[in-house]
Write a protein that binds this ligand. Structure first.
Ligand SMILES: C[S@@+](CC[C@H](N)C(=O)[O-])C[C@H]1O[C@@H](n2cnc3c(N)ncnc32)[C@H](O)[C@@H]1O
Length: 248
């Protein structure tokens, strides 16, 4: 039998590898396109990038706290952008990891709850952590705090978390009832320049009498030494502020 020439052997090898290579190359192109598409649609990502630039320019110290972390999409993006610039920054994820509580009273006037329903955005803490690890997040810089905000966001528990200053509070918990304990919790850790981002600022038909806006309005009226200044608006929903803390 005639032995294969080197050329034949190479052809055979390429024939075997053709499909896997094509799949791999296409997958790569597909992933890149998906990333580009996601980025252009997801204005949160751009807001995170702008916030990072602001933190660098304004030299804001402290940690990144996300209230309502779900699967970690925004959290991972924040980590990827902020962790390299701020080597000491830690990343806290607060969530029930059971999804939203049942919208009630002010969060469900006449049965209208801005499309939010009980259990929406449920993602287990394990899955959240797995998502972070799959995206090369250094888990040593991350702390997840599982539970309902009214139980986890108390000042006595705050001491265990070791938070000294908030650089960014990313508030993405949709409801008025959920936002009230968040704002109370971060109050002592804000400094002038700290960022507070409300992902759901214009939910509940953009009314100041519902949702995160109402919680914020009431919080400011209880804390006359705090002012908020607009920094970035993102999408139809979100608004980012910086805090100003006046000495009393
Ligand atoms: C819209 S999702 C967060 C999305 C996430 N920030 C992102 O961009 O990928 C809202 C999250 O808030 C959490 N949440 C809302 N109210 C809560 C409460 N009172 N206590 C604990 N978690 C709450 C839900 O479990 C859910 O994961």
């Amino acid at each position: 039998m005639k032995e294969d020439s080197k050329g034949d052997q190479l052809k055979r090898l390429l024939r075997i590898l053709r499909n896997p290579i094509r799949e791999l190359c296409l997958k790569d192109v597909y992933d890149k396109l998906a990333q580009l598409e996601y980025r252009s649609f997801n204005r949160r990502f751009y807001a995170i990038e702008q916030v990072t630039e602001y933190l660098i320019g304004a030299q804001i110290p402290g940690d990144y706290l996300e209230f309502g972390a779900y699967r970690g999409t925004t959290f991972i993006h924040a980590y990827r952008w902020m962790s390299t610039h701020f080597k000491k920054m830690r990343f806290f994820a607060f969530d029930s990891f059971e999804g939203l509580p049942s919208p009630s009273s002010i969060d469900a006037p006449d049965g209208y709850s801005s499309n939010f329903i009980q259990g929406q955005f449920a993602c287990s803490e394990e899955e959240f952590t797995k998502n972070l690890m799959n995206r090369d997040v250094d888990i040593n810089r991350v702390r997840t705090i599982k539970g309902w905000f009214k139980e986890t966001l108390t000042q006595s528990k705050a001491e265990n978390y070791g938070i000294a200053k908030v650089a960014v509070a990313w508030v993405d918990c949709d409801l008025y009832e959920s936002t009230v304990p968040v704002l109370e919790f971060i109050t002592p850790y804000l400094t002038t320049g700290s960022v507070i981002a409300f992902d759901d600022w214009r939910c509940f038909r953009n009314s100041p009498d519902f949702g995160e806006k109402k919680a914020c309005k009431e919080w400011l009226s209880r804390n006359k030494h705090i002012d908020l200044h607009e920094l970035i608006s993102f999408g139809w929903n979100g608004m980012v502020f910086t805090a100003e803390i006046r000495k009393s």
